[in-house]
Design a binder for this molecule. Structure first.
Ligand SMILES: [Zn+2]
Length: 237
């Protein structure tokens, strides 16, 4: 998490359009979160010290409902409690797209518990998961490709990497881990609506891939579609 000011307009839209409905935030929870976010991340600070009474005074509520809202926001990982004391709390405030999907956390917890009790790793169901919905999920796709472009194999530092839909969204490609790959901006732009296999062959014709690399990439494409390339989401190496 960087201590720079995020794009407030984008954050606001993510809060209204995605986060609040996804976490089913009540009006109070939403107001408390917006207030804390406003005074931390939107000021370029990760942490914030506050008192329940102080926040309550600001949004015209008593400390009780504020405390309840803070608890629920912590449970959802929207806030991380750093310190709790009589004089005030210190929290780290997460931006909407830094908050992990609730469903996924539950799945991960269940898998971990099962692993512990049986001593074996059980497959986790990722099929319904929308990997575009937040940053941790998007990052898990980049991590799977080890920060290399899926198509041209160039190294892609975070500033030039993006997620590419293998089957374009315009052709009803899904946000599944089977349809998303980490790619460089150039490949993402050049591929456009082209089928992924055809695009790889074009890279070979342009001598950006060797014959062996092309063959390996086409195999990777099959492996991706058949669900064999799972992101290292729950068991980071
Ligand atoms: Zn590329």
């Amino acid at each position: 998490m960087k201590n720079k000011k995020p794009n407030a307009e984008l954050v606001w839209k993510q809060l209204e359009d995605q986060l609040a409905p996804r976490l089913r935030l009540s009006v109070i929870e939403r107001t408390v979160y917006a207030h804390l976010l406003r005074h931390s991340r939107l000021e370029g600070k990760l942490r914030l010290q506050f008192s329940l009474l102080g926040v309550g005074r600001n949004i015209r509520l008593s400390a009780g409902p504020v405390r309840k809202a803070v608890r629920r926001l912590v449970a959802h990982d929207a806030l991380r409690m750093v310190q709790r004391s009589k004089t005030g709390h210190v929290v780290e405030v997460r931006l909407p797209d830094e908050i992990p999907a609730a469903g996924l956390k539950r799945i991960a917890r269940r898998a971990a518990a099962k692993e512990e009790s049986t001593g074996t790793r059980s497959p986790v169901n990722l099929e319904g998961v929308d990997f575009m919905q937040n940053k941790p999920l998007r990052n898990s796709i980049h991590a799977r490709e080890r920060d290399q472009c899926f198509y041209c194999l160039r190294r892609t530092p975070p500033s030039v990497q993006c997620l590419d839909h293998v089957v374009p969204q315009a052709r009803s490609g899904r946000n599944s881990y089977r349809n998303l790959v980490s790619s460089c901006m150039e490949c993402n732009t050049q591929k456009g609506e082209t089928a992924a296999a055809d695009f790889l062959r074009r890279l070979y014709r342009e001598r950006r891939l060797t014959a062996a690399e092309l063959a390996a990439r086409l195999r990777a494409l099959d492996a991706l579609a058949s669900g064999k390339l799972r992101p290292p989401l729950l068991h980071p190496a």
